[in-house]
Design a protein around this ligand. Structure first.
Ligand code: TYM
Length: 332
């Protein structure tokens, strides 16, 4: 089976529905006919300050949400990044073939560091995409299903893999990003031209997978729309309604056309009520399953340990090869 790799940061108590729609939903489908590796990337999360106690809990919660959303940890390898030391080790080697300017051109880094200021920005944040390249390359992944915001990082991964191969001999598989056009970017409900994000300053426009269903329904009802009252997809002129149509269409597995037809001549209130029901019926059960998994943290930790063992077996082979290729003397 073709190898697949993806991951998410445990940077909040809950994932948001952009993570679900842009990534998790695809993962769930793809795991059937791929040898899939899914990580909770805690080493990435610490590139910005995290509360140590909260981070540990968020890491468990993120893993539980993967499982609750349909990732099967006996079929796919679902593990915590820091449990497999090879990630940090290969990242170091890749750092040495990454240009300073090349890393400085990453738009996520530019955005985040501009917001924080250079003194508050860590070298870890600068090297973030290189660690991501290490994640992917350790597993010979051919496919990397992600949302649009990760496109540039996967491009860098390809460049680094090709550079390493040409400098040191064929070592890494060159991966490809898999980004579904329609769902690659879910927008903030209060600010529908900005990406919905775990790190958004205001949570009013973010739907959290683990929030109370009634809270999520309220946020849908309060989503920003426009004044012309027509339920129609028009990204340019009607970003709010278009975003809601995308979310509705994906969660209900219906075409945007059929939703436009159903809500023709009806108000936004009706449309939002319909969407709120779909959101509640999708995430209510996922929330319940997540909370049930979190009730037994020892079992969850056991699953993560078994999976980390499986991941290590693959990662160690690639790491040893890469160390050898660059000329590091191997211990006997
Ligand atoms: P992260 O944790 O920011 O997001 C996890 C996944 O969710 C997608 N996503 C979205 N998709 C659509 N609309 C949105 N509003 C939205 N917000 C987030 C992201 O594109 C991502 O697919 N660097 C990565 C984690 C990572 C990784 C990897 C991914 C580390 N190593 C190796 C793939 C392969 C990140 O921060 O994702």
């Amino acid at each position: 089976l073709p190898r697949l790799y993806s991951g998410m940061q445990p940077s909040a108590d809950s994932l948001q529905i952009g993570n679900y729609i842009g990534a998790l939903l695809q993962w769930k489908e793809l795991q059937r006919d791929h040898d899939a590796f899914f990580s909770v990337v805690d080493l990435h999360a610490i590139t910005v300050p995290q509360d140590p106690h909260a981070l540990r809990e968020q890491t468990r919660r993120t893993a539980a949400q993967y499982i609750a959303a349909g990732i099967d940890p006996s079929q796919s390898t679902l593990y915590v990044q820091s449990h497999v030391p090879a990630h940090a080790e290969l990242a170091w080697v890749l750092n040495t073939i990454t240009g300073f300017g090349e890393a400085a051109r990453m738009t996520q880094f530019k955005d985040k560091s501009a917001k924080q200021g250079t003194d508050a920005t860590s070298v870890g944040l600068f090297a973030y995409p290189v660690l991501m390249a290490a994640d992917i390359l350790l597993y010979d992944a051919e496919i990397v299903p992600v949302g649009d915001d990760q496109r540039q990082h996967v491009e860098l991964t390809r460049d680094l893999a090709a550079r390493f191969n040409s400098r040191f001999g064929d070592t890494f598989v060159i991966p490809e990003a898999m980004i579904l056009k329609e769902t690659a970017k879910i927008y903030d409900l209060q600010n529908p031209t900005a990406k919905m994000s775990k790190s958004a300053e205001s949570h009013a426009g973010v739907i959290w997978m683990l929030d109370e269903p009634s809270v999520n329904a309220k946020k849908i009802m309060r989503a920003v729309t426009d004044t012309d009252g027509v339920v129609a997809f028009d990204r340019e002129n009607k970003p709010g309604i278009s975003n809601l149509l995308t979310i509705y269409s994906v969660l209900a597995d219906r075409s945007v056309d059929s939703l436009e037809d159903e809500y023709a001549g009806r108000g936004y209130g009706d449309f939002k009520k319909g969407l709120a029901e779909v959101v509640v019926s999708t995430f209510g059960p996922i929330r319940e399953r997540t909370l049930a998994l979190l009730d037994d943290p020892a079992e969850l930790d056991r699953i993560l340990a078994v999976n980390a063992g499986r991941a290590s077996e693959v990662a160690e082979v690639t790491l040893a090869k890469a160390y050898d290729r660059v000329g590091l003397l191997r211990p006997v």
